[in-house]
Design a protein around this ligand. Structure first.
Ligand code: PLP
Length: 379
């Protein structure tokens, strides 16, 4: 398809990449230089953008400068500036220069690492960096990849909670029989993130079997172990099957920390999976003075924290560790003919496609460069 200029559509060559890349980096650097001058919350009215853009896609290419001018005048007014130092809404979503330089590299190399063979470095680097991060968080050895466990990057905490709930569900159904799905019960508190409820909805757990136990100010809104024990005993007495308990480190409303150790013991004595959701506050626990908030995580079967929240890493990057990777794989693995390869067939490698919902997965240099450029310098 030729443009009117007669040049046609040609991919950019390396020299154009260099030129436009510099222009783009200048734009980004200016954005950060001026970020405090923007209103943090976008001031536009609903539908503002349709009035500013043409009805159909333009036929002709435009210069990068024109595109950036449009971004400046039409898009930035509709941006809520999550990276502004004056942003205090929702949760911190702090990227960093190290983080987004890594994103640049990820975008450029564009590895798709669903199986080891599709980009061995993607899988191996992810395993190594998650082991490093697990060690910094002082997670028990069982969560690291040399044993039966390991870490994996999920897009979001909601996906992390969903995949472990599916693993726990199937592990329990293998024990009690497939027809018992309607009897399975999940426990959390009324402060547990709604991601748990969504995981139940997707995972086929009946809504009436999702117990969000009441908390109050007497425990600073932490989940009292005795209330959990009582609920579990009652459910067992009426023929239901408790299978999943979710504790939180840093609840969304008040940053409360549930008593992990006691909850974990209760879960274990009832053959239940115990998940710890530290999506929001977990990052802080790499600081020795805050590590105490993870005490008891050794009783958990799985643990997640969002590097994209407070860990200077670009969205989306939610880190999940499990003690029994086979439980995840048994729930999520498929092995169609077109994905078979020697390394996977010989069981020599990790194929992250079997630890997540989608097949395709992007690579995130944002987390990995962060280590190399920033964290190590800071420590
Ligand atoms: N769990 C907790 C404690 C959270 O604070 C949040 C998000 O705010 C989530 C889960 C859900 O996170 P995501 O948006 O990554 O699914």
């Amino acid at each position: 398809m030729d443009g009117e200029g007669g040049g046609g559509l040609k991919p950019m060559d390396s020299e154009q990449l260099r030129e436009y890349g510099h222009q783009m980096v200048d734009f980004i650097a200016d954005y950060y230089k001026n970020i405090e001058n923007y209103p943090v919350l976008s001031q536009v009215e609903p539908g503002y953008l349709r009035r500013l853009l043409p009805d159909a896609a333009p036929n002709q290419p435009e210069s990068l400068q024109n595109v950036l001018d449009d971004v400046q005048s039409k898009i930035l007014p509709g941006v809520t500036h999550w990276q502004s130092p004056n942003f205090y809404a929702y949760y911190p979503s702090n990227s960093s220069v190290a983080g987004f330089l890594g994103e640049m590299l990820s975008a450029a190399i564009n590895m798709v690492g669903f199986s080891w063979i599709t980009s061995p470095a993607a899988t191996e680097l992810e395993m190594i960096v998650l082991d490093w991060l697990g060690k910094l968080l002082k997670l028990p050895q069982e969560f690291l990849s040399p044993g039966h466990g390991g870490g994996v990057i999920q897009g979001t905490a909601s996906e992390a909670v969903l995949v472990v709930l599916l693993a726990a569900r199937d592990k329990t159904l293998r024990r009690v029989g497939k027809s018992a799905l309607g009897k399975l019960v999940v426990y959390g508190s009324d402060q547990t993130h709604s991601a748990l409820q969504k995981a139940c909805q997707i995972g086929g757990v009946h809504p009436e079997n999702c117990r969000l136990l009441k908390t109050d100010s007497s425990t600073n809104y932490a989940l009292p172990p005795e209330i959990v024990s009582e609920a579990i005993s009652h459910d067992i007495s009426i023929g239901l099957i408790p299978f999943f308990l979710c504790g939180t480190v840093g609840t969304t409303s008040s940053a409360t920390v549930d008593p992990l150790y006691s909850l974990g013991k209760i879960a274990k004595s009832n053959d239940m999976w115990f998940h710890v959701d530290a999506a929001y506050a977990g990052s802080a626990c790499i600081c020795p003075e805050y590590r105490k908030y993870l005490d008891g995580v050794e009783e958990a079967d799985s643990f997640n924290m969002n590097a994209h929240k407070w860990f200077l890493t670009n969205f989306d990057c939610s880190t999940l560790w499990v003690k029994d990777r086979n439980a995840l794989i048994q729930s999520l693995s498929t092995n169609p003919e077109f994905l078979k390869n020697k390394a996977s067939q010989a069981n020599l490698v990790v194929d992250y496609k079997d630890w997540q919902i989608p097949l395709g997965r992007r690579f995130r240099f944002s987390l990995h460069t962060l280590w190399l450029l920033q964290i190590y310098n800071a420590l």
